[in-house]
Design a protein around this ligand. Sequence first.
Ligand SMILES: C[S@@+](CC[C@H](N)C(=O)[O-])C[C@H]1O[C@@H](n2cnc3c(N)ncnc32)[C@H](O)[C@@H]1O
Ligand SMILES: Nc1nc2[nH]cc(C(=O)O)c2c(=O)[nH]1
Ligand code: SF4
Ligand SMILES: [Mg+2]
Length: 222
Amino acid sequence: MKYPVNEVFETIQGEGTYTGVPALFVRLQGCPVGCAWCDTKQTWDVLPENKVTAEQVIQVDGTIGRWADHTGYTLLQAFHDKGFTAKHIVLTGGEPCLYNLTELTTIFIEAGYQVQIETSGTFDVKCHSDVWVTVSPKINMKGGYKVLEQALNRANEIKHPIATEHHIDELDKLLLNIDVSDKTICLQPISQKARATELAMKVCISRNWRLSIQTHKYLNID
Ligand SMILES: C[S@@+](CC[C@H](N)C(=O)[O-])C[C@H]1O[C@@H](n2cnc3c(N)ncnc32)[C@H](O)[C@@H]1O
Ligand SMILES: Nc1nc2[nH]cc(C(=O)O)c2c(=O)[nH]1
Ligand code: SF4
Ligand SMILES: [Mg+2]
């Protein structure tokens, strides 16, 4: 199966449980969700005129919504050609779960990689059972509650972007029907805002949740 890839790069996972782990990022193109504060808006549209060659996306360009078709095998070849050594792959976007990720994640896992998906929970999560799924729930967005519930039940980690108390209340409501006993819950301040960070720290301490700050943004890395 072909997947539209916006960029591939090797860096340090900056968010969530795997913060600090060297990782290969595969950013898929396309997201219909439309979060106002999204830090990757260039990935929203999959425009035919922005299609480029497969080689061109094996590097970062955070400004343009360019994309190229790749399969699991062409990506493995690209990792090898670039000399990438990380053993953890992060599939993000855009919204990676727009696509059925079963084939892609199976190819990666059979090649010996540990795989993580970053998703908004607005589409069914279709992937290999060994994948670490991070759901960053987008409440009242396209997709509806049934889908979000499926995604949250599959989640290994729930990483909620927050700015105000209202976001905490929304998360509490969302988690009422979810068994979170085997899940890590993280709060991630939106856009490194000081007030959001203070609130996230305060709530994490009182609930025994984890703080996820976007460390790559503090480090000025991809
Ligand atoms: C760009 S999204 C792509 C994956 C998927 N669409 C999602 O929303 O989870 C990757 C992660 O970045 C988070 N994110 C996006 N913009 C952010 C911002 N301005 N501040 C904090 N987190 C942000 C998302 O909530 C998500 O956890
Ligand atoms: N270093 C780094 N860590 C990340 N964790 C999640 C990211 C994402 O955009 O999904 C991201 C990213 O873009 N860079
Ligand atoms: S779901 Fe993810 S990629 Fe899509 S707009 Fe929201 S944060 Fe951005
Ligand atoms: Mg990012």
